[in-house]
Ligand binder design. Structure first.
Ligand SMILES: *Cc1c(COP(=O)(O)O)cnc(C)c1O
Length: 365
């Protein structure tokens, strides 16, 4: 007779018994299947790199030392970013495998029992998701119904909860707007902990807190190359006073930005005019798309400083499904938050794709 194995003599441990309850209660981040669709759900830049730059990328990839670990902190790429983005002298940088990873690092760094993470709502869902996953309390302070910042409510919540970490997306996602500067300044002055201005959409906004870094010791700025046109490479960065960045950097996994991402980002950033020109044409297209949407009866478009538009339409879930049936994928936000009832979000794309979207929208409404 063969001896009883451990598997046979001990009861199996179920995931429910082992996994933390906050994780069991979470829903996985949903990414819609976009195969064959006009993909307007994730704020990607529709334009590819010019032929000359693609050839350069191909050569870099062919010659890259893939047998070696990458530069652990991405020193060369950080220097390039510092220069191209205009990070003020004396400020430090930390790179992330997308800015999502930076959100995770900062959340873990402040994850003391009882610590509070705060933002407005609706806003970018990862702030809450990663705070809850780390066992932290999360406070989302509602925006006004027109999605402007309720400065008084936010300052009051800050005084009540003393958040260790406050996230402010500037412009905000999924609403697209820039919060009022003077209301934000009051919030920055009131915050006792770290405040991160998430400038994922800076290229389309014409406004930034980056030049002011250093003026307030607890304020940091985060950006990503994803919305700018390099979503596939996963590169985000955090800029701020070295005292903070040195601590956060301890939690960043070594080699988090891979060899190819480092090389290709550096090469593309050597030609900042390329992505800038694409961003400018998307800003132009945003104005045209907003005007066209606003001219459709029963559609309300909200002001946007990003590469997407939030709009409200009766029966938004049915409109979303109708667009999908016609091969156009946008984002249905109805049900995501009470303030977003009947709201949909569409990425601004090329004039051709915007036209396909508008035609489909007119057909389904
Ligand atoms: C898209 C987005 C991010 C995440 O970007 P990645 O760098 O691709 O991880 C962060 N913040 C906001 C507000 C976003 O919309």
């Amino acid at each position: 007779m063969k001896p009883a194995t451990k598997r046979e003599t001990q009861p199996a441990v179920s995931p429910e018994a082992l996994i933390r309850p906050e994780v069991l209660a979470m829903a996985a981040y949903q990414v819609a299947d976009a195969r064959g669709m006009v993909k307007l759900d994730a704020m990607e830049n529709p334009y590819r790199l010019p032929e000359s730059l693609r050839a350069e990328v191909a050569k870099l990839a062919a010659e890259a030392a893939l047998n070696r670990y990458p530069d652990p902190g991405g020193a060369e790429l950080k220097r390039r970013l510092q220069r191209v983005m205009g990070v003020p002298e004396g400020m430090a940088l930390m790179l992330g495998n997308g800015s999502d990873e930076i959100i995770q690092v900062l959340t873990l760094a402040v994850a003391k029992p009882g610590a509070v993470v705060m933002s407005v709502e609706p806003t970018f869902v990862m702030y809450r998701m990663l705070a809850v996953a780390a066992g932290l309390e999360y406070e989302g302070v509602p925006l006004r119904p027109d999605f402007t910042l309720d400065g008084d409510a936010l300052v009051a919540a800050i005084e009540r909860h003393r958040p260790a970490l406050l996230w402010l997306a500037y412009p905000n996602n999924p609403t697209g707007n820039l919060f009022d500067r003077s209301a934000l300044e009051r919030v920055l002055d009131a915050a006792p902990g770290v405040v991160v201005l998430d400038e994922a959409y800076h290229a389309f906004a014409g406004a930034s807190f980056l030049p002011e870094l250093g003026r307030r010791p607890n304020v940091l700025v985060m950006r990503t190359l994803s919305k700018l046109g390099l979503a596939g490479l996963r590169l985000g960065f955090l800029a701020g006073p070295p005292a903070w960045l040195n601590e956060f950097d301890k939690l960043r996994l070594p080699y988090n930005v891979n060899v190819l991402s480092q090389l290709v980002c550096e090469a593309v950033l050597a030609h900042p005019d390329v992505l800038d020109a694409q961003a400018r044409s998307l800003v132009q297209a945003r104005g045209e798309l907003a005007a066209a949407l606003a001219s459709i009866q029963g559609v309300t478009v909200f002001p946007s400083a990003a590469n997407f538009l939030l709009f409200r339409s009766a029966n938004a879930p049915a409109v979303f499904q109708g667009l999908k049936a016609r091969g156009v994928l946008i984002k249905n936000l109805s049900g995501a938050h009470p303030l977003l009832a009947d709201c949909l979000r569409v990425t601004v794309s090329s004039p051709e794709e915007n036209r396909v979207f508008l035609d489909a929208l007119r057909a389904v409404r």
